[in-house]
Ligand binder design. Structure first.
Ligand SMILES: NC(=O)CCC(=O)C(=O)O
Length: 272
């Protein structure tokens, strides 16, 4: 679908490798990649990092490695957002809070203010998350631009269509998904993200890590999918910055073309 003169948002997804259990090395590496992203022409206005970028899945040591109240990660991301005048969806980090560890996303606006905080609500048993982490219990939406609401979702969350649908019903036009999603489930990753975009007629922006951790290989394939289900950008399997433009008018246009939200029958869905 051709872009018109309408407002666009330029997104850059930081498809990075992550060193397991090395928060300082990971922050320094992310800084290099973020600097590279903002020096591109045209400059992006939205940066998205992958899931658990500070520690990776170092769950056995997570009590010692997690960032207390996310303070260090937040200070650094906030300063970066303000310095470069960009919005940052800070992937997620291992955050130590109230005696537990959460898989938490922070969002910063162009002034560096925190505009949202979301803790992953569906913990992934195949990677032992439920043994070491606490689940969040709140759905989080936030404004990226006036009239352009985003919904937070982390990795495994995309297997639960109720979440994205609830967000769409509450005005969300773009779903943002940091991930650490490995082989051999590339087909699931691409299909689920595509389905969330098409069924909810929303943009989906998903930033996955690359690299190997123990016997687990992460495949990247970060994606920007438009509300019609077209792929705007897709990464390969190596480290890279995946960029693409979001046409802020396209969601309403697609929702007008096929009026899915008007044709829903919630009265019937509730019947046993
Ligand atoms: N980090 C995750 O939540 C991984 C989810 C995943 O791999 C899946 O298949 O679901």
């Amino acid at each position: 679908m051709p872009l018109t003169e309408r407002a666009v948002l330029r997104a850059a997804l930081i498809q990075a490798d992550i060193q397991i259990g090395q928060p300082e090395a990971n922050r320094l590496h992310m800084e290099v990649l973020l600097e590279r992203a903002v020096s591109a022409e045209p400059k992006p206005n939205l940066l998205v990092l992958p899931e658990m970028w500070n520690t990776g899945y170092a769950l056995e040591q997570i009590q010692e490695l997690a960032d207390p109240d996310g303070r260090e990660s937040r200070e650094w991301l906030s300063a970066f957002a303000k310095r470069h005048g960009v919005t940052i969806v800070g992937g997620s980090i291992a955050e130590k809070k109230d005696g537990g560890i959460y898989n938490t996303m922070y969002v910063f606006n162009e002034e560096g203010d925190t505009t949202a905080q979301y803790s992953k609500i569906h913990l992934f048993r195949l990677m032992d998350e439920e043994k070491h982490l606490e689940a969040g219990d709140e759905i989080v939406n936030f404004a990226l631009r006036e009239g352009f609401q985003a919904g937070a979702s982390i990795c495994y969350d995309i297997r639960f269509p109720e979440l994205a649908r609830t967000q769409a019903l509450n005005g969300v036009k773009v779903l943002i998904v940091p991930a650490e999603w490995p082989h051999p489930r590339l087909h699931h990753w691409r299909t689920l993200l595509m389905a969330r975009a098409i069924e909810n007629q929303m943009y989906v922006i998903a930033c996955n890590r690359v690299g190997v951790s123990g016997s687990t290989e992460f495949f990247g394939h970060s994606l920007i999918i438009d509300p019609w289900g077209e792929i705007v950008a897709e990464g390969g399997e190596g480290e890279e910055i995946v960029t693409g433009e979001l046409d802020l008018g396209l969601v309403d246009e697609v929702r007008g073309r096929i009026p899915v939200f008007e044709d829903r029958r919630p009265d019937i869905y509730r019947k046993p």
